[in-house]
Design a protein around this ligand. Structure first.
Ligand code: OOG
Ligand code: MG
Length: 261
């Protein structure tokens, strides 16, 4: 078995069983290309189980996230249907290792997009925008990783929630937002935290998609990245995002592990 396959299976297994694993590259020796090859194979394991590819997520597109995690390269991960959590529903807490949640803005595309594009070109491919939440759940012990580690682990992606879709032809460059836990404000921010304008995150996604030879597809969701630091979330909580002009999105975490022990 190649090392790529070995690491992809290790991480896929950790995600499926919600069990933390050791870092695969604590010294950061793997190249980014090797790390993305592991990610690609990991996502193929999900697809082999029948999960559809539904989009991409961007990581470290805000200073708050770079500072929180100590990494400064913009990265991406692949979203599959099994990660989507319907707005307002309850998720089983036992599916996570040590989840955190962060407020994001999501794009849904109406045209393919790849390569070096301008902001207006990227916008022309957008069908709609929405307030969103991402649940990140690093498969590594103590949520600790190097850049190759987190890339291989599909950029910590675990779940995402999308709120109401809006026309993208409004100025969404600087929309105020809060991340709320049980109705209390936990983080305050703005969409401007995303590279100065969230559209720049989509521009970066188009570039990374071209480099990976995987053009963004019509119907795909692009999660632009956490606009604030992520918050630890616990069983029984209700987590929501409120975004100026675009509205809200939220979900519940089940009270405790609902397995029948
Ligand atoms: C890595 C994923 C980063 C974001 O929005 O910046 C990310 C992590 O923080 O574990 O999802
Ligand atoms: Mg994120």
């Amino acid at each position: 078995m190649s090392q790529t396959t070995e690491f992809a299976r290790l991480l896929d297994n950790a995600a499926r069983t919600a069990t933390a694993t050791r870092q695969i590259d604590p010294e950061g020796r793997l190249t980014l290309a090797q790390a993305y090859a592991i990610q690609s194979e990991l996502v193929k394991c999900r697809e082999a189980r029948g999960e559809q590819r539904v989009g991409v997520k961007m990581g470290f597109t805000s200073r708050a996230k770079m500072v929180q995690m100590g990494l400064s390269d913009v990265i991406w991960g692949r979203l599959t249907a099994g990660m989507q959590i319907e707005e307002g529903t309850t998720v089983d807490f036992s599916r996570f290792v040590h989840p955190r949640c962060e407020p994001e803005i999501a794009f849904i595309l109406k045209k393919p997009l790849a390569g070096h594009v301008t902001g207006p070109q990227a916008l022309a491919a957008v069908e709609a925008i929405a307030p969103a939440l991402e649940i990140i759940d690093s498969r590594y012990e103590n949520f600790k990783f190097t850049l190759p580690d987190v890339i291989a682990d599909n950029a910590s992606s675990s779940g995402f929630v999308i709120g109401p879709w809006s026309d993208p032809h409004i100025d969404f460059s600087n929309l105020g937002l809060t991340l709320n836990i049980d109705g209390r404000v936990a983080q305050v921010g703005s969409t401007a935290a995303l590279l100065g304008h969230p559209l720049r995150s989509l521009v970066a996604a188009a570039r990374l998609a071209a480099e990976a030879d995987e053009p963004l597809q019509p119907g795909w969701v692009v999660m632009a990245g956490g606009a604030t630091s992520a918050e630890w979330i616990k069983a029984g909580q209700y987590i929501s995002v409120d975004m100026e002009r675009l509205g809200s999105a939220g979900f519940h975490l089940s009270a405790a592990s609902s397995d029948t022990k």
